[in-house]
Design a protein around this ligand. Structure first.
Ligand SMILES: NC(=O)c1ccc[n+]([C@@H]2O[C@H](COP(=O)([O-])OP(=O)(O)OC[C@H]3O[C@@H](n4cnc5c(N)ncnc54)[C@H](OP(=O)(O)O)[C@@H]3O)[C@@H](O)[C@H]2O)c1
Length: 309
């Protein structure tokens, strides 16, 4: 595994992170058992992954807690999130603090490394910053978490408007952002600001539905009147489209951690292998940037299952 320092935090993180949400939810979202989910976490840890991202909304904190039970806590970087209600009514900060306390209990730990506010839209940001952050910083001072983070809502905020407002506020030590081969606008819109401010970056949506489903990818490209991405797969290039997606994202300047969500031990191994391979050939990356770099908001599937990301 390769490791890096996460923004200006002193966390040493694996460049590959295990996402316990998305459609798979460690397999719990696709018919897997708790034992299967534990096996996915163990496979990731065996490959040297030390960062696991979960959330109160995923229903996977308990199984992550089981999987890491008895391990040396100091070797793990645990990230989780709290939501704050979807409707127009704001939940009181006490509800978010209760979520943090529940996460600590379910994960079986006395501190979270990265505690994130989950899926903040531009419209809700002022309330999050003005009301929630001061209350959470008091919990941080008690030692319940080490670093404060925020995650965006890619299907509803493909231009990263929320993060563009949040990063200059200086209270966020971590952001989670969507970036992939057909949604590259964080290169100009987010990464220069996170790099300048020393904010750690985790990527989500690097594969999601679109790059794991060849027929869907073809249909999307046809709709956009863009050529197929097959040129990426060749000897000396990517092994397949998923391999291309991970390697493209991994070497983007300003990216610390690429998350992947899966319910498959086999996919854990394949994804780690992709993320440890060298960058895609320079001419392939240049073509991806030149021909597809203008595309925004493709493949950011709105979750359709219960308890999604
Ligand atoms: N707003 C937010 O805070 C937010 C939103 C979304 C996601 N997230 C976080 O980001 C993480 C990553 O996002 P994600 O899980 O949605 O997307 P992702 O990791 O880009 O894609 C996951 C999808 O790709 C499939 N997949 C993974 N490896 C594969 C492989 N080698 N071959 C074929 N298919 C493969 C998975 O199915 P299999 O199970 O079959 O592998 C799953 O359907 C989440 O788990 C979550 O922790 C946060």
């Amino acid at each position: 595994m390769h490791y890096t320092t996460y923004g200006d935090t002193n966390l040493r993180v694996s460049v590959a992170g295990l996402g316990a949400g998305g459609f798979s939810r460690l397999g719990l979202g696709t018919g897997g058992s708790q034992a299967d989910a534990v096996a996915v976490v163990h496979a990731a840890l065996d490959r040297g992954i030390n960062l696991i991202d979960t959330a109160a909304a995923y229903g996977t904190e308990e199984v992550v807690g089981k999987a890491i039970g008895g391990l040396d806590r100091s070797q793990l970087v645990l990230a989780t999130k709290a939501g704050f209600g979807r409707g127009p009514d704001r939940v009181p900060p006490e509800t978010v603090i209760a979520s943090l306390d529940r996460s600590l209990r379910l994960l079986g730990t006395d501190y979270i490394d990265i505690f994130q506010i989950h899926a903040v839209s531009p419209e809700r940001y002022d309330w999050v910053h003005g009301e929630l952050v001061p209350a959470l910083l008091r919990e941080k001072a008690k030692g319940k978490f080490r670093h404060l983070g925020i995650t965006e809502t890619p299907p509803f905020d493909p231009g990263h408007a929320m993060l563009q407002r949040a990063i200059p506020d200086g209270c966020w030590e971590s952001v989670m952002v969507a970036f992939h081969m057909l949604h590259q606008n964080a290169r100009a819109g987010v990464f220069p600001a996170t790099t300048a401010a020393g904010v750690g970056t985790m990527l989500m949506f690097v594969v999601r539905g679109i790059f794991a489903q060849p027929e869907r990818l073809s249909a999307t490209l046809a709709e956009l009147r863009l050529p197929e991405l097959d040129f990426l797969v060749h000897p000396g290039g990517a092994h397949d489209m998923v391999d291309a997606a991970y390697r493209f994202a991994r070497y983007e300047t300003g990216v610390d951690v690429v998350l992947f969500g899966t319910g498959s031990v086999d996919h854990v191994h394949r994804n780690v292998e992709s993320l440890l391979k060298p960058p895609l050939p320079e001419e392939d990356v240049a073509r991806l940037r030149a021909v597809y770099g203008h595309v925004v908001g493709v493949g950011l599937d709105v979750p359709t299952r219960p308890k999604p990301a």
